[in-house]
Design a protein around this ligand. Structure first.
Ligand code: MG
Ligand code: ZN
Length: 156
């Protein structure tokens, strides 16, 4: 079966401006150029997959129901913009509170799960994160291209 390539996107700091523990619609300001990049990804046959640490859940700042509601709304925005994401993965843990896990970046658990779930070829894939830990997770999962986001989108 043919493998797919993916554009792995971190959420906070890449998709939306990082306002620290965003969980409400009013917390979300989409980054400039995001949807253009995502439409380009679609045009080049990348599946868009979001991978996000959400330690605010472990910290009790918001719960999974609130997180899911926000992601449903964000996912609809992507759809309206003509660049629906394929899936998203989140880590609700924090090591100090819930103990170690295999999903919190820099661990590659979320990316490995996505690779298996969606038949992704990691070496043909691209990851964009605003944190070194995003890139470490991508590297550990074998993602071929890793880009640190500082407001400029990589060309592809
Ligand atoms: Mg981030
Ligand atoms: Zn986790």
């Amino acid at each position: 079966m043919r493998k797919h390539k993916a554009l792995f996107l971190d959420r906070d700091g890449v998709i939306n401006i990082d306002t620290t523990h965003a969980y409400r619609r009013e917390d979300i300001i989409f980054t400039d150029g995001l949807f253009d990049v995502c439409r380009r990804a679609h045009a080049h046959d990348y599946k868009i997959i979001v991978v996000t640490n959400q330690a605010g859940i472990a910290r009790g700042l918001y719960d999974e129901t609130q997180f899911y509601a926000l992601m449903r709304w964000m996912g609809e925005r992507f759809m309206q913009e003509g660049c629906a994401w394929t899936d998203y993965y989140f880590c609700p843990h924090h090591p100090d509170i819930t103990g170690p896990c295999d999903c919190r970046k820099p661990k590659p658990g979320m990316i490995l799960r996505a690779i298996a779930d969606w038949n992704i070829d990691p070496s043909a894939s691209l990851l964009i994160g605003d944190n070194q830990t995003d890139l470490e997770a991508g590297k550990a999962a074998g993602v071929g291209r890793l880009e640190l986001f500082k407001g400029q989108w990589p060309r592809f």
